[in-house]
Ligand binder design. Structure first.
Ligand code: NI
Length: 434
């Protein structure tokens, strides 16, 4: 009897697997057919980039397409975001797929026919706007996944929530919370309750069509630090009359560098402290009263993050105190680390292999950039990975990085991203069907 039950169970599992394989081949074919349209969308969004929380035309265009597919669309969500629901014909889990949609204050230098000519005033400065992080490709890929999965609605075992999220690149403190954090606050993971979330980022420094993933900490947590050093002003010729905040600041910067190099267990996970701005003084012979330091902190581990924050505070305060000055330290908690759920990662790697081929799926090192996809992962199991897109004809050494005026990707990589997201979805549904 036991054997028979086992046999029936294996047969049912096999049938499910065979159906998924069939659906996957169909998706592969449909993605190929849709490729010209994916490229056309990408070029439209590339030519019309909008800054974080200003993605008005972008959001409207996304919503319009999703409505034309007959999906239940919510717009705007979290200022300019779009959420669409696709209900499969069969019962199953709720899977969310997320794309970020914002651009950056960068003036494009590429001579593409669809290069951005947009200009805006950003913080009082005239600047160009550019999809210099490739979020234009994220939008286009997710639109394609929505279109393809809608076509296969009859075979889908569950529900898909498409999340087009604004403001991933961050906003001024006055506008916070924004992006993923605000979307969650507005209930994007509820009604129906999301059980798993998938997302990707295009990567200009990985070969086109390669998928790179990592279990656990993939991208760093980012936090800011402001240090206000208060001393005592004096004539530059009589420093003994002062408590020099410039000298104290330089000691603090040196001291902070020993936190990572000497007090952090680097074999466990990496960390970075960078002081990127120093402001103090007005003239060479006046010792000012105060100096202001601003920095960024990157960590991958929650405990380490807490310790680094504490040590920054202690180091700055005590160095200032030893000189008779005062350091006011303000830590700005920004994005948590992007941590891939280990159990989910193991289950989902075969979907990446099916989408890109075994030779194109690699394990990546953690990267010290941050991503607000992490907010979703703190609520539900999530899996985030990179899609390589450096054009084969370019030299990797001279390939421009993200957030620069020459940033460039290979549009042909997008089809692999579409297949990856679609395969992750149908495989997850098969694994957790109800
Ligand atoms: Ni980005």
């Amino acid at each position: 009897m036991k054997k028979i039950i086992l046999f029936i169970f294996a047969l049912v599992a096999f049938q499910g697997f065979a159906q998924t394989t069939k659906l996957s081949s169909k998706i592969e074919q449909q993605a190929k057919e849709l490729e010209p349209k994916i490229i056309e969308w990408r070029r439209y969004f590339h030519e019309h980039p909008e800054l974080s929380n200003r993605e008005v035309k972008t959001g409207a265009k996304i919503a319009e397409h999703l409505k034309s597919l007959g999906l239940e669309v919510q717009y705007p969500v979290a200022k300019t975001g779009v959420v669409a629901l696709l209900k499969g014909a069969k019962p199953g889990p709720v899977v969310a797929l997320r794309a970020d949609i914002d651009a950056l204050p960068v003036t494009e230098r590429n001579s593409l026919p669809f290069a951005s000519k947009e200009k805006v005033n950003f913080g009082g400065q005239e600047t160009g706007v550019m999809h210099a992080c490739g979020h234009d490709t994220h939008i286009s890929m997710l639109l394609a996944v929505a279109e393809i999965l809608t076509k296969n609605k009859a075979e889908l075992k569950g529900t898909i929530k498409f999340i087009f999220q604004p403001a991933e690149e961050g906003v001024s403190p006055a506008e916070a919370p924004a992006g993923a954090e605000l979307m969650i606050k507005e209930g994007v993971l509820e009604n129906p309750k999301v059980e798993a979330i998938f997302g990707l980022h295009i990567q200009s420094l990985l070969p086109s069509g390669q998928l790179a993933y990592r279990s656990g900490g993939l991208m760093a947590a980012v936090d800011g630090v402001d240090i206000n050093v208060k001393g005592k002003g004096a004539h530059g010729a009589t420093p003994w009359d002062s408590v020099d905040p410039i000298v104290v600041s330089s000691q603090i910067i040196q001291g902070l560098q020993t936190i990572v190099s000497r007090q952090t267990e680097l074999s466990k996970a990496g960390a970075v402290i960078t002081i990127g701005s120093i402001h103090g003084g007005i003239r060479r012979n006046i010792i000012p009263e105060t100096a202001m330091l601003e920095g960024t902190i990157r960590t991958f581990d929650n405990d380490m993050q807490k310790k680094v924050h504490e040590k920054i505070k202690l180091t700055a305060e005590k160095i200032a105190e030893s000189a008779g000055a005062k350091a006011e330290v303000n830590i700005l908690v920004m994005y948590p680390a992007t941590v891939n759920d280990a159990a989910l990662t193991v289950k989902m790697v075969p979907s990446l292999v099916r989408a890109a081929g075994k030779e194109n799926v690699v394990i990546t090192q953690p990267v010290t950039m941050a991503e607000d996809f992490s907010f979703y992962q703190r609520k539900v199991p999530g899996f985030f990975f990179f899609l390589g897109a450096y054009p084969a004809e370019m030299n990797l050494k001279s390939q421009p990085t993200h957030h620069t005026a020459d940033f460039m990707i290979d549009e042909k990589a997008m089809i692999t991203g579409v297949k990856a997201l679609a395969n992750l979805t149908i495989d997850y549904m098969e694994m957790f069907k109800k």
